[in-house]
Design a protein around this ligand. Structure first.
Ligand code: G3P
Length: 217
């Protein structure tokens, strides 16, 4: 499973990328706004920090304008993936990007029917929003399971990118449901390393080791 960071915070990204466990990055207009920086500059900096896919989202709502914006974003670096909303116009643009060899991440996916259309349009990734569905009283993880079954039934290559992740349990559930990737907020990513029994066990080992008076080096 590929693990992406859902962030525009380059300091945080640099820190977590040093673990070698960050396979890519996703951004969205809200995260760009939060960064307070010019979009193209942030995307270029992120692309320098990670080798994997970096999603940069279009702001236009009509296909022709999405295509113009997407081509510009794709020109920033070879690992840019153009993020497009799951609308009729977005899927028209997605199909054209596929013809042009530009990778896409179709975002704001909330139903299996939408995911089916994204795959048919040739999306590289589709982003079902788990947390927002759960907030809405629906079953976010159930959607991943449905999309997995549909994509496997027809051998679609579109990768399922679990998004709107709120906690470590979302990550493991998405992995169990067969998501290809998950995009994770930095705080949740940092929590993935932790378990109270790991901390407790390590404390005990360190204290017992100190009693031996030994040194390995
Ligand atoms: O980038 C898409 C995404 O992961 C949104 O997450 O927390 O705003 O629902 P959230």
């Amino acid at each position: 499973m590929q693990l992406f960071l859902d962030t525009t915070d380059t300091a945080v990204l640099k820190d977590l990328a040093a673990t070698g466990l960050v396979d890519g990055v996703t951004t969205n207009p809200s995260l760009i706004a939060k960064s307070g920086r010019p979009m193209l500059e942030v995307i270029a900096e992120i692309c320098d920090l990670v080798e994997g896919p970096v999603s940069a989202e279009v702001a236009a709502v009509e296909a022709a304008a999405m295509l113009a914006e997407g081509r510009k974003l794709a020109g920033v670096a070879a690992n840019v993936v153009v993020k497009v909303p799951l609308t009729r116009e977005g899927l028209i643009a997605t199909a054209e990007f596929a013809r042009e060899g530009i990778q896409t991440n179709v975002t704001l996916c909330f139903s299996a029917a939408q995911a089916l259309l994204a795959a048919k349009a040739g999306a590289t990734f589709v982003s079902p929003f788990i947390g927002r569905l759960d907030d809405h009283g629906a079953d976010g993880m159930g959607l991943i399971t449905e999309i997995r079954a549909i994509y496997d039934n027809y051998d679609f290559d579109t990768e399922i990118l679990a998004a709107s992740i709120r906690n470590p349990a979302h990550v493991t559930a998405a992995a169990l449901a067969g998501a290809d990737c998950a995009t994770i907020p930095p705080g949740v990513f940092a929590d993935l390393f932790k378990h109270p029994l790991t901390e407790k066990g390590l404390e005990q080992f360190m204290s017992d080791w100190a009693k031996t008076g030994q040194s390995i080096l």
